[in-house]
Design a protein around this ligand. Structure first.
Ligand code: ZN
Length: 161
């Protein structure tokens, strides 16, 4: 059996490294390269929230591009990819229309996440069902044992007479 079964390639939003992950566990997976969360949003890249203004975004953008600029990290492929990610995320978040569309996709994702989590308590119920089944089985076995013992007792009483 292939142990990678059910896994998909997920590109890290920070450094663009390709990671193999199970889609159902994406919300707890981290990038093998930069250790950032793989389900991070463009807001996470800048360390800002959805309510922060364009001014906050610009401020963070300038600080990050300074840090990851290829001129400052010559020959560093990882830094170059991070730089690309920052620019891509900035293009989306600095454009009001693109940002609204992006916020909507985040909301949809959140709803899907909540629905997924509310489905999870299937397992404890299954355990309770299993326990209930075991109890019923024991009860039946005890009744059968009791009947056998009564039968043996009756046979013995007749033989004594
Ligand atoms: Zn990464």
């Amino acid at each position: 059996m292939d142990h990678d079964e059910g896994q998909v390639i997920h590109v890290c939003p920070f450094c663009r490294t390709m990671n193999r992950v199970n889609p159902e566990k994406l919300h707890q997976a981290v990038c093998g390269m930069c250790k950032n969360r793989l389900d991070a949003t463009y807001y996470d890249i800048f360390g800002i929230s959805q309510d922060d203004s364009l001014h906050d975004l610009k401020h963070r953008y300038h600080a990050l591009t300074k840090m990851w600029h290829p001129d400052k990290n010559p020959g560093d492929m990882h830094a170059a990819e991070v730089f690309k990610s920052i620019n891509h995320a900035y293009r989306i978040l600095s454009d009001p229309h693109a940002r609204r569309t992006y916020d909507l996709t985040l909301k949809k994702h959140e709803v899907a996440q909540i629905e997924h989590e509310s489905r999870e308590p299937d397992h404890p119920n299954k355990e309770i069902d299993d326990k209930q089944f075991q109890l019923n089985l024991m009860l039946v076995l005890m009744i059968v044992c009791a009947l056998v013992m009564i039968f043996i007792a009756l046979v013995l009483v007749r033989q004594v007479r």
